[in-house]
Unconditional design. Structure first.
Length: 267
């Protein structure tokens, strides 16, 4: 088993993380009979516009269950296409092996040769027990991840050993999703008895970055008193153990809620 070590560009606030592609197929097969009786529906929310640099802040109570991923991330929309298209992505992810941590990550390269730099950051309590403010700050010179205003990790272009910051050249949409993975080595063993779960987003703030002054200016804030269809859209894709359903993104009590649910298959 491999684990990620601290790079020169990061503060020492990390714990080991197993790479995404490590799986335990024998363990996964033991649970297939249980999971096969259900269909699983996840959720994704994303901005219609894309951004080149900025500060992206969300007050959220993340979801947690073994085998599941609850996230906030920036993503170049053509990353998946291959055929010379580059991959650009900056992540905050709660993954099912760590109930009191979140993973930061930059993904660059191409779809078949992606470069990653996963780090794990500990919270003082389970991630699904209370709201926290999660922030990604992206400029030409750095990527910073913050939790409740405290800097958790900084990757500077000047000492970025993997050259990922300078490889983030495409505009990216802001996305949130909730889903379940078959990669046991990455997220743990999925079990339907833990479903349903939900990710609650109280507000989102987006700031523009001025490359000349090095300052951020608020672009917009969404408090989710209603759903703004001119700003947001909902995912409807299939991936691994789930189908993302638009009906699993709802506005409830001043939050936008992403739900992971199960539906028993017809006998």
């Amino acid at each position: 088993m491999l684990s990620c070590s601290k790079d020169d560009d990061d503060e020492d606030k990390t714990i080991p993380v197993t790479p995404n592609n490590v799986q335990n197929d024998s363990t996964q097969n033991q649970n297939n009979a249980t999971n096969a009786d259900f269909e699983y529906h996840g959720a994704e929310l994303y901005t219609l516009e894309s951004f080149k640099y900025g500060r992206f802040e969300a007050r959220m109570k993340m979801a947690y269950a073994p085998g599941c991923i609850s996230s906030m991330f920036l993503y170049y929309n053509d990353s998946y296409m291959g055929n010379g298209k580059i991959w650009n992505e900056i992540d905050i992810e709660v993954i099912g092996k760590y109930p009191s941590s979140f993973q930061s990550n930059i993904i660059t390269g191409e779809s078949l040769s992606k470069v990653t730099s996963e780090k794990m950051h500990e919270l003082s309590s389970p991630v699904d027990s209370e709201y926290h403010v999660y922030t990604i700050e992206w400029t030409p010179d750095h990527v910073v991840w913050l939790l409740d205003g405290t800097e958790m990790r900084t990757t500077l272009v000047t000492n970025d050993m993997k050259k990922q910051v300078e490889s983030l050249v495409e505009s990216q949409s802001l996305r949130f999703n909730l889903w379940a993975s078959s990669s046991v080595g990455w997220v743990g063993q999925f079990d339907q008895k833990n479903i349903p779960i939900a990710q609650y987003i109280d507000y989102v703030k987006v700031y523009d970055y001025d490359t000349e002054t090095g300052t951020f200016t608020e672009r917009w804030t969404d408090d989710f008193d209603s759903y703004n269809a001119s700003r947001w859209s909902k995912g409807n894709w299939e991936m691994e153990l789930v189908t993302e359903k638009t009906s699993n993104v709802v506005v409830e009590d001043g939050n936008i809620v992403l739900k992971l649910t199960k539906k028993e298959k017809a006998k």
